[in-house]
Design a protein around this ligand. Structure first.
Ligand code: SF4
Length: 314
């Protein structure tokens, strides 16, 4: 069962070198974001369930953590969907913290933050990375394609309240989709919500990877800089996303093909990114990618000028 729940380490743009803990089956989410890199949501749901046996997650985490702990910056609870939909979130977080000494982060789309049980579970984390892509229903529907019962104003109010009661770090993430939520009106509405929040950092991101819905476009460099300056003008402590990438540790890796396969099952990557993750030579990675393409283990997709490689589900 190795590789069922734990993946990476991956170079998180937000957090550095991260060991991921995936606690939601693919692809259950309360949103169906047009930019999602995991793919279209197959089960659009706000219901919280005990999706997996916590012992299985923790056993695998313990094994992988022992191997990787010296090269990590952070542990990140995430999912092939929205991780707070796992009803065992508090138990999972508590047990990971008993075993490990690294900061524990969670990426959330913020939609469940209206639920007191979710807020209580989030208190166990050191870093919460909530998404804040929309502050109007128009943008929420267009970018995030939410479950029908979700109300963006209610979510954003609960998010702002949560940030003031949480003592860990809050890295708000705003993902801008060209022509939808990067207009001045939409960004101004988002900025107003940010100003209601207590945060350590706001990260402005865009569509860098192949999106779930074709036609979804990211901002170009100039537009990203414009957005960055727009938020700065609102007095917001915003950082462009590239600044979060930390230098990745290098080293030999005996099981490189297996680890590349595990990485690509979780996240599409370019050869350059794979090299960065594993500290490997480009020629070695290219040879492995070539073999994997030939044997049908992975697929290639060209997005912009970049060639991304996807692992197929087991
Ligand atoms: S980007 Fe996150 S919140 Fe949006 S559909 Fe994908 S998994 Fe869900």
């Amino acid at each position: 069962m190795a590789g069922r729940y734990i993946f990476g380490p991956v170079p998180s743009r937000r957090l550095g070198r991260s060991l991921g803990i995936d606690i939601i089956p693919s692809k259950i989410c309360s949103l169906d974001c047009v930019y999602c890199e995991v793919g279209k949501t197959t089960e659009l749901s706000c219901g919280r369930e005990k999706y997996f046996n916590t012992d299985d997650i923790i056993d695998e985490f313990r094994r992988e953590y022992v191997k990787e702990q010296n090269s990590l910056d952070v542990l990140t609870v995430t999912g092939s969907g929205e991780p707070t939909l796992n009803k065992n979130l508090a138990e999972i977080a508590g047990r990971i913290k008993e075993i490990s000494s690294h900061p524990l982060a969670i990426l959330t789309n913020s939609t469940t933050i209206t639920d007191p049980d979710v807020r209580e579970a989030l208190m166990l984390f050191d870093i919460v990375v909530p998404s804040l892509d929309a502050a109007t229903d128009r943008a929420f529907q267009a970018v995030n394609r939410p479950a029908p019962e979700l109300d963006i104003n209610e979510i954003n109010r609960a998010l702002a309240d949560f940030t003031h009661s949480f003592s860990g770090k809050i890295y708000l993430e705003v993902l801008l989709v060209k022509g939808i939520n990067n207009t001045k009106e939409e960004m101004a509405a988002i900025a107003e919500v940010i100003k209601q929040c207590r945060y350590d950092m706001v990260q402005v991101n865009t569509v860098f990877r192949p999106p779930a819905y074709s036609g979804t476009r990211g901002l170009n460099e100039e537009e990203l800089i414009d957005a960055f300056l727009f938020f700065k003008d609102f007095g917001i402590n915003v950082e462009p996303v590239g600044n979060f990438v930390k230098a990745l540790s290098k080293g030999a890796d005996e099981n490189l093909p297996e680890r590349i396969a595990a990485l690509l099952r979780m996240r599409p990557c370019t050869v350059r990114e794979i090299c960065a993750v594993f500290g490997s030579e480009e020629t070695a990675v290219s040879d492995i990618i070539e073999d994997m393409l030939e044997s049908g283990l992975i697929e290639e997709k060209i997005f912009g000028t970049e060639h991304f490689y996807f692992g197929k589900a087991l």
